[in-house]
Design a protein around this ligand. Structure first.
Ligand code: AMP
Length: 455
């Protein structure tokens, strides 16, 4: 759960990168960073918190350059600490390099052990640093060394790398995490999501292909393939929950997919009679609209979200999470009193948020609450970059449907079927392991070992 961005060959590179971090902020709020290059000289700044807290106008001015990359981080490996903030900057035999990574490597602990045995000294506890070390240890010129390094890493990575004279964007052969290419005038731009392109008025060209390394130098592109194509495993949860609805992700409008998810859910919940359909804001909004259009049950705003509280999960401690739900969402009793309500959300993870919401809707006067979830039960951890780390913490891994319904405190609970979710997302080529336990890469334990081994 991170966001990456890069722009090559633009006089205002750092400033545009700074703006883009606002558009990608939903992808991580623990730390933010920018690295830029001016006349072969690299400058960077990282800090804890959101982009607006980390950067001032003065800071941005000091980063002025003709190419820049940026990163917002939510830690999925390595602790929430400034030394893990990205872009990671390192001096290597290829000169100074900066790297921003979104995803989790599944063989990171093995790579790290091997490199440390050969004398490598790691500065952070992130899996991302392994890529820099592999790069430094690989033979040939930079382009060859990068290819050699990437052939050794497994798992999920969308990367943006800045060197003194070029910018590189690449995506793992499975295509777990998104990454797109855009253009602003003569400058190429890469971003986790198209919303950052729209913000800076860049046009969207295409996805960086799964398994593609794109070398961008002085406005010219060179595309190299990492390895023969495996089956694509794009993260379906990006479309269900994580990405912004105004983005195009994996070639699909996120908003349109979510409306379709809601429509399919309405078809599967035909027997439920209600006075109104309401979303858990913000992520449930497009789906509730799709549901309402299909079912002809009126759409209503029954919960108001405070925009001054960040996403509940993005605060990593349980204590903070608990309070944050009440601070973030408050019910509109006028809309709810005496009503039979269909409540739409994208997913249930631990069940704690949904339970609190259900309780507050009842306190506000809702007569019946029927909960509709636009994805199947999450039963297994993600090892590829979404923060659902421990299977034990997932309510659907521990309890049956009626137990979950009772725990949350709703009159009925309906999960969208796997088939309908995949159909709405576009069919095949997705990773759905958190719903099915079918992991496209075999060694997920490695990530857990890595997390245990590195504090
Ligand atoms: P809960 O009821 O505690 O399981 O929380 C469910 C809420 O968390 C839903 O509103 C989801 O939109 C949201 N959610 C699902 N997955 C994640 C995630 N990986 N990180 C942050 N929030 C999430």
């Amino acid at each position: 759960m991170c966001g990456i961005f890069g722009i090559e060959n633009h006089p205002d590179a750092a400033h545009l990168t700074y703006l883009s971090l606002f558009a990608l902020q939903h992808r991580g709020q623990e730390s933010a960073g920018i690295a830029s290059v001016l006349n072969g000289q690299m400058n960077s700044h990282t800090g804890m918190g959101i982009a607006a807290e980390v950067f001032s106008e003065k800071r941005i001015e000091k980063l002025s350059g003709t190419s820049a990359i940026g990163h917002v981080r939510y830690s999925t490996t390595g602790s929430s600490h400034i030394k893990n903030a990205q872009p990671l900057v390192s001096k290597t035999r290829h000169g100074v390099l900066a790297l921003g990574h979104n995803g989790n490597l599944t063989n990171a602990s093995e790579i790290r052990k091997n490199l440390e045995a050969r004398g490598a000294i790691f500065h952070s506890s992130t899996d991302s640093e392994s890529i820099l070390h592999l790069l430094a240890h690989s033979s040939g010129d930079f382009d060859e060394a990068l290819l050699e390094a990437l052939k050794k890493v497994e798992g999920a990575y969308s990367l943006v790398i800045l060197t003194r004279d070029q910018m590189i964007a690449c995506r793992d052969p499975y295509g777990f995490r998104p990454l797109v290419l855009g253009k602003l005038g003569d400058s190429y731009v890469v971003s986790s999501e198209t919303t950052a392109l729209s913000l800076i008025k860049a046009s969207y060209i295409r996805e960086i292909e799964p398994g593609e390394i794109l070398f961008i130098r002085q406005g010219k592109l060179k595309s190299v393939k990492i390895s023969p194509r495996p089956n694509f495993s794009r993260c379906v949860f990006e479309l269900v929950y994580f990405s912004r609805p105004d983005s195009v992700v994996f070639g699909k409008s996120v908003q349109a997919v979510r409306q379709e998810l809601g429509r399919f859910l309405a078809l599967e919940m035909k027997e439920v009679k209600a006075d109104l359909v309401m979303p858990v804001p913000d992520s449930g909004v497009p789906a509730a609209l799709g549901f309402s259009r299909e079912s002809k049950i009126p759409f209503e705003v029954g919960l108001v979200r405070s925009h001054y509280i960040s996403r509940t999960f993005i605060r990593p401690s349980q204590a903070l999470r608990e309070v944050a739900v009440d601070l973030k969402l408050s019910p509109v009793s006028e809309a709810l009193k005496g009503k039979k309500v269909i409540l739409i959300d994208d997913s249930i993870v631990r069940g704690t948020t949904s339970r609190k919401i259900a309780r507050s809707l009842r306190e506000a006067g809702a007569r019946e609450i029927h909960m509709g979830i636009t994805s199947p039960p999450i039963v297994s951890a993600c090892y590829y970059g979404i923060d659902t780390p421990k299977s034990e913490a997932l309510i659907a891994n521990q309890r049956e449907l009626d137990e979950i319904r009772d725990f949350i405190g709703v009159d009925s609970l309906h999960y969208l079927s796997l088939e309908a979710m995949l159909k709405a997302a576009g069919g095949t080529g997705f990773c759905d392991a958190c719903f099915t336990k079918k992991y496209p890469i075999k060694t997920p334990d490695e990530v857990l070992n890595f997390q245990k081994a590195v504090p």
